[in-house]
Design a protein around this ligand. Sequence first.
Ligand code: GSY
Length: 183
Amino acid sequence: MTIHSTSEASEAYIALGANLGDREGTLKEALIRLDDHEEIEVAACSKVYETEPVGYLDQPQFLNMAAMLRTTLVPQELLQVMLAIETGLGRTRDIRYGPRTVDLDLLWMEGQVLDTPDLTLPHPRMMERAFVLIPLNDIVKHNEGSSGLRQRVAAALQDIDGEEGMRLWTSNVWERGSEHSGS
Ligand code: GSY
């Protein structure tokens, strides 16, 4: 959905991951479902990377990417939409940190600092994980509007082990009216 009233819309950045089933198809379907929501526009997407699992290691490799949304929803509403999409795409929560058909994490939302049982913004671990930071950097490096986030991502990238355990899967997973795909 194109959000016409940009003065009322906020930018939100999300991380997407999948390591079960048709991983690329599931990521695309999650983006379609987000963009089909009347108060959400998928404005930009990163490249997609195949990544070694972090934390719980005995599980398949992930596909990871990031996206920038424009939305007129408040953070809790956006979170509920994301959780419903995860469930609709077959996400179950059997093993904490275990394999998943899809994972949608709200990372950062313009002007929002929150610490509630359901949602912490900015996401508390977003600056520690290469599988989040590298895709996120694909998008923020092009976005003049989010300069604070861009600087924090660039600084955090200096402290991590580069792109070890990550390889490019595809440069362009999202074609529906996006500004760019993080080239
Ligand atoms: O936190 C998201 C789920 N997750 C991932 C992931 O998305 N990618 C990689 N490479 N490792 C992960 N471990 C967990 S848990």
